[in-house]
Structure formats: structure tokens, C-alpha cells
Write a protein of this length. Structure first.
Ligand SMILES: [Zn+2]
Length: 200
């Protein structure tokens, strides 16, 4: 299978529009799904709470933290299931983050501090919880790469298309993290190629 040729109409850091010629609607939908489901992204997977005297429950706070987009570095990090450690967890597939803050004041995504300074939140000002005077949160987290098939928080981008002619499709991709739409599409195509090679 030859890799389909992508012609860009708009190519931004976050959003891109491009046309793929020479495919049918089955391929168009496969590419759309590959962009959303085969490209890994970084998110908090496990949380150990030492202290949470904030007004919200542990579970809700953990869910909010899980949804914070983290810097995704596909060159340094492996998906745990594809890592040499066999998924046990090592420096190539896991990052530890710390959150410690006392009130009064708002806890923001930017307060998450990672052991690898590269793996910072993509947006600093996502509010997580408002602390009153004397209230405190203290927790340790493990972030890892994951796929949307594991959890929706790992979805790296939005992808949609419209059909222009029988073989021509116009796609729209919006990235949710630091990866550019171009990097996401390239990774999706690569992983799609690998999948097909291994299936045939
Ligand atoms: Zn590992």
C-alpha cells in the first residue's frame, strides 16, 4: 500500500486543512480514525494523594488532572506496551509529576511540576480547584503515553473530513497538545502503515 499524498491548504501550529487524492471513503474514514486513535499523547494515568483538603472530592480532582494536556514527546517516550521494560514502567515510558499548593488561591494546570521539565502542561491556566484559607493539595502523579482506545483523555486531535469528488477528500485536523497537525498526521500514517504491514 502506497502512502496517500497529502496536499495542505492551511498548515498552522494547531489547525490544518488538507486534501488527500486517490483514496475512497473507506480509506478516508480509516485515516480519520487513525489520526484520533493511533497517535499517542501524554496524560496523567495514576495519582497518589497525600493531602486533599480542597472543597472537591479526590475522584473529581483526579479526573480534572487527567484531562490536562501534557507536552507530548514521541521521540523520547514510548507507549508502555511498546517499551523495552515490557510495560512495568521506566524512565522511557513514565514521568513523575508533583502538585503541592496551599490556599487561599486557585490551583492551575501550571502548578503541575514534572521530573522531566519538558513534560509540562500545554496550557498553564486551566483552573483545577479553588483553595480556601488553610486548604491544601499534595499529590504525586505518573504520566505516560496512551491511546484514545485506552481512554478519551489520550485523544491527540480532532479530525473530520468532507468528500469533494469520488476520490478526493478534504480533511480538517485540530491538535489538542503541542504536536502540530502535521506531526500527528505523519505519526498516524506511519502507525497505519505498520498495522497494515503486520496484518497482511
Ligand atoms: Zn518503560
Amino acid at each position: 500500500m502506497m502512502k496517500p499524498i497529502v496536499k495542505y491548504k492551511k498548515r498552522g501550529k494547531q489547525k490544518a486543512q488538507f486534501v488527500i487524492d486517490g483514496i475512497d471513503f473507506i480509506w478516508a474514514n480509516t485515516i480519520r480514525r487513525a489520526i484520533m486513535t493511533y497517535v499517542p499523547s501524554m496524560a496523567v494515568e495514576r495519582v497518589r494523594i497525600y493531602e486533599n483538603t480542597s472543597p472537591i472530592y479526590d475522584e473529581i480532582l483526579v479526573k480534572r488532572i487527567g484531562l490536562v494536556p501534557l507536552f507530548t514527546d514521541l521521540k523520547t517516550y514510548n507507549l508502555p506496551q511498546e517499551c523495552k521494560c515490557g510495560g512495568k514502567g521506566c524512565a522511557r515510558c513514565q514521568v513523575t509529576l508533583i502538585l503541592e499548593k496551599s490556599g487561599p488561591g486557585m490551583v492551575y494546570s501550571g502548578d503541575l511540576k514534572a521530573q522531566d521539565p519538558k513534560i509540562k502542561p500545554v496550557y498553564d491556566k486551566i483552573p483545577l480547584v479553588k483553595l480556601g484559607k488553610g486548604q491544601k493539595v499534595k499529590m504525586e502523579m505518573i504520566a505516560q503515553l496512551g491511546l484514545m482506545s485506552d481512554h478519551a483523555k489520550y485523544q491527540p486531535a480532532l479530525a473530520s473530513y468532507k468528500q469533494l469528488t469520488e476520490t478526493k477528500f478534504e480533511f480538517f485536523v485540530e491538535s489538542y497538545n503541542n504536536l502540530t497537525p502535521e506531526e500527528i498526521i505523519e505519526c498516524a500514517m506511519d502507525r497505519l502503515g505498520t498495522k497494515f504491514d503486520t496484518q497482511i
